[in-house]
Ligand binder design. Structure first.
Ligand SMILES: [Mg+2]
Length: 366
């Protein structure tokens, strides 16, 4: 089977999340959820879909996919995904082992798995060896930053009414985290993700102040995210479990952060660290070491579904991260939307989803 075409879609999707739109690090207010979808076509008439981490305000992943990766793929045999991906990783290595080119390769890898599944008639979780026990994965509501106690209480009530049984906050103050704890009650799991905000000393101080909030985990408290030594120091200083991993670009980074003893929970992301192929290796490495793995998946398209297949194939139970937002339109229909706090694992061949290209066309910015 040869690759005949690679189509890159940079999507900016309007959303609502039951509160004012969050501010974003690059300035201004976040009004869309952005992503890069990729469709790979073959001469066998099969096409596959993938998703790459990328933004419309800084469209470097889209550029990397369209201008660098896509030309490398045209005319290539794609039956042996591992060999083709290894060659591509070698070809782009001088541009870095993390970042836009790796994000672009990640989406392509997912699309190739989608094609391979369609070719053999199996869902990806089966190809990975799942026992087919997990048809539904519990999803936790990953809330955007809400900034005020009032907004936090309001959205927490919405989330519980929709049937979610666990919440992740992206707050940065003790006051807003305590507001969530009051709103959900003492036994409801709350995770906190600060997106690499503090230095080590501030993290240690904040972890102490956050102790009464009874967090399930504290995620990415430190900048820079690859200071595993500092993260290990924080972990040694607090009883709150430490989570990280979404900023890891490759399997060796996963090994390094585990070797450093920096995390209780590891969160590799299929659309950032090399697709199904590399993320599956990372999850298996974590399982072998007895470290809890929770794939990072705050996406609404093929990236979310790729994570569901990975989770379904794991030996240990884990949660799916769902970025809590109602999209203007879901490009993958109901497959991208939790029901009663669960996401279903598609059972059709490949990813088992249909991507609506009319929806992509409507919200495509490049
Ligand atoms: Mg995170």
């Amino acid at each position: 089977m040869k690759i005949t075409n690679v189509e890159a879609y940079l999507i900016a999707m309007p959303f609502e999340h039951g509160a004012p739109k969050p501010s974003q690090r690059s300035g201004g207010v976040r009004t869309t959820l952005d992503s890069v979808y990729v469709r790979v076509d073959t001469d066998a008439g099969l096409s596959g879909w993938g998703e790459c981490f990328g933004f419309a305000c800084c469209p470097v992943t889209h550029f990397a996919l369209k201008k660098v990766v896509a030309p490398m793929l045209l005319g290539r045999e794609c039956d042996d995904i591992s060999s083709l991906m290894l060659e591509l990783h070698r070809r782009v290595q001088s541009s870095g082992r993390n970042g836009p080119l790796i994000f672009a390769l990640s989406g392509v890898d997912i699309a190739l798995w989608d094609i391979a599944g369609k070719a053999c008639g199996l869902p990806i979780h089966r190809m990975l060896g799942s026992s087919d026990l997990r048809k539904r994965i519990p999803a936790y509501a990953s809330l955007m930053r809400l900034d005020t106690a009032e907004n936090v209480r309001k959205v927490c009530r919405d989330v519980i009414a929709r049937g979610y049984t666990q919440i992740k906050l992206h707050e940065r103050t003790v006051e807003t985290v305590l507001a969530a704890r009051e709103a959900v009650g003492p036994d409801y799991p709350i995770m906190l993700d600060t997106n690499c905000t503090w230095d080590l000393q501030t993290s240690i101080k904040m972890a102490r102040l956050l102790q009464p909030c009874d967090l399930t985990w504290l995620e990415e408290p430190l900048f820079p995210p690859d200071d595993y030594k500092a993260l290990a120091s924080l972990r040694a200083s607090t009883q709150i479990p430490i989570a990280a991993g979404e900023n890891l670009g490759n399997l060796l980074d996963v090994e390094r952060i585990l070797d450093a003893g920096a995390v209780d929970v590891i969160q590799p992301d299929p659309i950032k660290m090399g697709g199904i192929t590399e993320c599956w290796k990372a999850l298996q490495m974590a399982e072998e070491r007895g470290v809890q793995a929770e794939p990072h998946s705050p996406w609404h398209g093929p990236g979310l579904v790729a994570a569901l297949h990975l989770i379904a194939a794991m030996k240990t139970d884990c949660l799916a991260e769902f970025y809590y937002a109602d999209l203007a339109k879901s490009p993958i229909g109901a497959a991208g939307i939790p029901r009663d706090g669960f996401l279903s694992v598609p059972d059709g061949p490949g990813l088992g989803i249909r991507v609506n290209e009319d929806v992509l066309a409507e919200f495509r910015v490049a």
